[in-house]
Write a protein that binds this ligand. Structure first.
Ligand SMILES: N[C@@H](CCOC(=O)CCC(=O)O)C(=O)O
Length: 392
């Protein structure tokens, strides 16, 4: 059976690309839990290790089950190559280690996920990579921050948790007009390829935390990098071969199966989210609702041009600060109080003291992460039950 599903539509690719069939004729993909692979001779072994002959070598960087997931996600994102990683943060680390060296400069957005900002401003800074953080909505700020040393532009859209939108086409054009060597890297975790495909809008590299919507049931931690064969298939894979923050075959199998139902789950979770966002925007003591599918979102029209629905995360700010926010969180009976998203089960969290706890008060104030902010990552329960669960 052919393994090339290039000419099929996304729904078909999601369930078919990369499918493996072993000697037992199994219908579901097998899980290859093996550390290494056996060669027929020393010469064959040498040819594999030097890449003169393609094939499995060692599961730190070549594993058939991981490859199923990588090929399937690459097809959905429209990329040539994909590399699976141990977590979303290690996907970001792999891209930075593959694409940057001491003396290089990165431009990013001040409103990105807490750990992503710490990776750039803390970890990479220790190794001589400098990052400028700009207001993601301000295209002139992106333009002004670029320098001859800039080698990477990094952002997520929508942002976690304030749902700001980065204009993927415009930011990519600004970066590439300045210097075609700059890699534009977009974290597509919140939208997934079902809602948005950054590579088709001009980005060079897409990142994922597969832990989120791709798994879809909160079981495994993993990540992925998608892009071209030269950067992702060679440089990022080269980093994985050496340093090895690798995806396990079991997790890869879970994510590959998750991709099969991703579209159905995303659409339902987006519809539930839109209903919850509308409800929140009609509630008296809710000060702000952050959801790009609402017409009141300041970037509603931009969001509509690059993502096909509003997404499955809704954040809102209540009057009364931390005390009021914690009261609402502590009263839920159905939602799970946990800092994860993209699960079939709706989760609720207080970003100020969880996902962004490691930021200073000033950093949080700069982007608008207040003590009254609550984030809901909407799942697949009946949306009326979810609305009743919120004692506002
Ligand atoms: N991206 C996820 C993961 C939550 O993980 C954390 O909150 C870790 C916080 C840290 O790095 O200190 C989410 O936003 O829920």
């Amino acid at each position: 059976m052919t393994n090339d599903f290039k000419n099929y539509r996304p729904a078909t690719q999601a369930v078919r690309v990369g499918q493996l069939r072993g000697s037992e004729g199994e219908h579901s993909e097998p899980i290859y839990t093996t550390s290494s692979f056996v060669f027929g001779s020393a010469a064959e072994s040498a040819a594999r290790f030097s890449y003169q002959e393609l094939g499995n070598i060692y599961s730190r960087f070549t594993n058939p089950t991981v490859r199923v997931f990588e090929q399937r996600l690459a097809a959905l994102e429209g990329g040539e190559s994909c590399v699976g990683t141990a977590s979303g943060m290690s996907a970001m680390l792999a891209v930075c280690m593959a694409g940057l060296q001491a003396g290089d400069h990165v431009v990013s957005a001040s409103s990105i996920f807490g750990a992503s900002k710490i990776l750039l401003a803390g970890l990479l800074a220790k190794f001589g990579v400098d990052t400028s953080f700009v207001d993601m909505k301000n295209l002139d700020a992106w333009r002004a921050a670029l320098s001859p040393k800039t080698r990477m532009v990094f952002f997520e859209t929508p942002t976690n948790p304030l749902m700001e939108i980065g204009d993927i086409a415009a930011i990519s054009e600004i970066a590439h007009a300045y210097n075609t060597d700059i890699k534009v890297v977009v974290d597509n975790c919140f939208c997934t390829p079902v809602l948005q495909q950054p590579l088709s809008l001009g980005a060079d590299v897409v990142l994922h935390s597969a832990t989120k919507f791709i798994d879809g049931q909160g079981r495994c931690v993993g990540g992925a990098v998608v892009g071209d064969a030269d950067f992702v298939g060679d440089k990022v894979l080269g980093f994985m071969r050496t340093a090895g923050p690798s995806m396990s075959p079991f997790n890869a199998w879970t994510f590959a199966k998750g991709l099969e139902t991703l579209s159905l789950r995303m659409h339902q979770a987006c519809d539930n989210s839109a209903r919850i966002a509308e409800h929140l925007s009609e509630t008296a003591n809710v000060k702000n609702v952050y959801y790009p599918g609402l017409e009141s979102h300041p970037q509603y029209h931009l969001a509509k041009t690059q993502q096909c629905k509003g997404g499955a995360v809704v954040s809102f700010e209540v009057a009364g600060g931390r005390e009021a926010a914690w009261r609402i969180i502590d009263q839920v009976k159905l939602m799970s109080i946990t800092a994860n998203l993209g699960d079939t089960r709706t989760t609720i969290t207080h970003p100020y003291t969880t996902t962004h706890a490691r930021w200073s008060d000033e950093e949080k104030a700069e982007v608008g992460i207040t003590e009254g902010l609550i984030r809901i990552a909407v799942g697949l329960e009946d949306v009326e039950d979810l609305i009743e669960d919120l004692q506002l």
